[in-house]
Design a protein around this ligand. Structure first.
Ligand SMILES: C[S@@+](CC[C@H](N)C(=O)[O-])C[C@H]1O[C@@H](n2cnc3c(N)ncnc32)[C@H](O)[C@@H]1O
Length: 206
C-alpha cells in the first residue's frame, strides 16, 4: 500500500471521523507545547496533513491565521464543510508536503505536524518536507511535531512508518533550530489500542 491521495481519500470517504485511528476530541496534548509559545493566538500557523483535525477549529477560534494543507482533497472538503464561514480565513493547499510549496505561500510563525511526517518513508520525500519547513518558517518561529517513536507502531492506516526520536528531528531540522521541550505520550485510539508518540517543540534561532 502506498501513501497516495487516493489511499487517504478512501480512508476519509469510508471512515466516520471519530473512528479514525488518530482522532482526538480535544487537542490537549498539542496545546501543552503550543501554550509555551507566547502569543501563538496572533500568529500564522501552517498545518501539513491537517486532515479533519479538531485542532483546526480550536486554532481558528483562538484567532490564529491558518494555512491548511493535505494530500487528500476529501479530507480538505470535509474540513471546509465543517468549518463553514470560519474556513474563509484560512489558506487551503491540496498537495504532497514532500513537494516544494509555491512562492505564493507566505512565511509562517508556527509549523504543526501531527502524525503526518511519519508517513514519509522515502529519504527524498522526508528531505522535501524538511526543506519546506526551512523555507517557510520564519526565524524566531517554532516547529511542533507529534510523531510515532521508532520501534513503536509498525503500521498505521495500512501504511509503513518512519518513527522519530528527538535527536533525529533535531538533526533533520539542522543547526538553525534548538529544542524547547518534548515528552512521550501514549495515544489511545478509538478501538482502545495504545500508540506511543513523541511530542516535541523546536525554535528556529537563525
Ligand atoms: C494520521 S492523519 C493526521 C491528520 C491530522 N494531522 C490530525 O492530527 O488529526 C495523516 C494526514 O496526513 C495526510 N497526508 C499523508 N501524507 C501526506 C503528504 N505527503 N502530504 C500532505 N498530507 C499528507 C493524510 O491525508 C491525513 O490527513
Amino acid at each position: 500500500m502506498a501513501s497516495t491521495s487516493e489511499h487517504w481519500n478512501n480512508i476519509y470517504q469510508d471512515t466516520e471521523e471519530c473512528r479514525l485511528g488518530w482522532y482526538e476530541d480535544h487537542p490537549s496534548t498539542t496545546l501543552e507545547l503550543l501554550n509555551q509559545i507566547p502569543g501563538w493566538e496572533n500568529t500564522t500557523i501552517f498545518l501539513p496533513g491537517a486532515g479533519t483535525s479538531l485542532l483546526v477549529d480550536y486554532l481558528l477560534d483562538a484567532g490564529a491565521r491558518l494555512v491548511l494543507n493535505d494530500l487528500s482533497s476529501v479530507a480538505l472538503r470535509l474540513l471546509k464543510e465543517r468549518l463553514g464561514d470560519r474556513g474563509v480565513r484560512a489558506e487551503w493547499i491540496c498537495q504532497n508536503i514532500a513537494y516544494p510549496l509555491g512562492a505564493s505561500v507566505a512565511e509562517v510563525d508556527i509549523w504543526i505536524d501531527r502524525a503526518v511526517l511519519h508517513f514519509l518513508t522515502d529519504e527524498h520525500d522526508i528531505g522535501g518536507c524538511f526543506r519546506n519547513i526551512r523555507t517557510k518558517l520564519k526565524v524566531g518561529g517554532h516547529a511542533l511535531f507529534a510523531e510515532f517513536l521508532p520501534n513503536g507502531v509498525s503500521r498505521c492506516a495500512d501504511l509503513e512508518l518512519h518513527g522519530y526520536s528527538l535527536e533525529e528531528l533535531l538533526e533533520r531540522l539542522g543547526e538553525d533550530f534548538e529544542p524547547v521541550d518534548h515528552f512521550e505520550h501514549t495515544y489511545i485510539g478509538p478501538d482502545g489500542e495504545s500508540r506511543p508518540y513523541i511530542y516535541s517543540l523546536f525554535k528556529r534561532v537563525a
